[in-house]
Design a binder for this molecule. Sequence first.
Ligand code: COA
Length: 173
Amino acid sequence: MTTEIRLANKEDMPNINAIYNREIREGTATWHLTEWDEPERLEWFAEHTAENGEPILVYSEQGVIAGFAYLTKYRGARGGYRYTRESTVYVDEKFQGQGIGTCLLDALIQAARDYGLHVLVAWIDSENVASINLHKKMGFSTVGIEPETGHKFGSWRSNQEMAFVLGQEGDNE
Ligand SMILES: CC(C)(COP(=O)(O)OP(=O)(O)OC[C@H]1O[C@@H](n2cnc3c(N)ncnc32)[C@H](O)[C@@H]1OP(=O)(O)O)[C@@H](O)C(=O)NCCC(=O)NCCS
């Protein structure tokens, strides 16, 4: 087996959930407070299809899922929002700092270009230096900070919005 970035399949969901649920329990990258169960994760999987410009990518190393990244509809992606998506990337704690987040975000940006999207938006905890640096490195700029919109582990959390204008053409609608 090799190292690859590919579209996620149903069998990857327990691994994705394990990475995400650890962050719910121990971290502030997500402000969810309750771990996702299997049906919830499968519903999420069904909602995210590459055909709709919402791919889920996994980084697989020797068959082990080291991280994942995905695009989600921005404000429902209805009407005028159809060329925008929210982007998210997570790397398993054991694999962080090895360039995997960079590879995943790069592949996600390429998938967004292939789909003809125009803007990616990332919402990042304002103290998440690793993620802010990663997004800067990949071309995102800070748009602003929503102060104290979250609360986790007994303290207020602020949301840093970052965006990347891919610069693709729209249509005439
Ligand atoms: C943020 C995250 C995705 C980065 O992935 P990663 O594989 O560890 O990152 P990489 O090794 O590809 O590093 C990419 C860049 O991120 C920055 N970075 C990574 N770790 C860092 C750290 N501990 N401190 C500061 N900057 C860091 C650096 O700019 C680095 O580029 P460089 O190596 O050229 O200096 C990963 O730490 C993670 O999954 N964290 C928990 C979940 C999370 O925060 N997700 C983002 C939600 S918005």
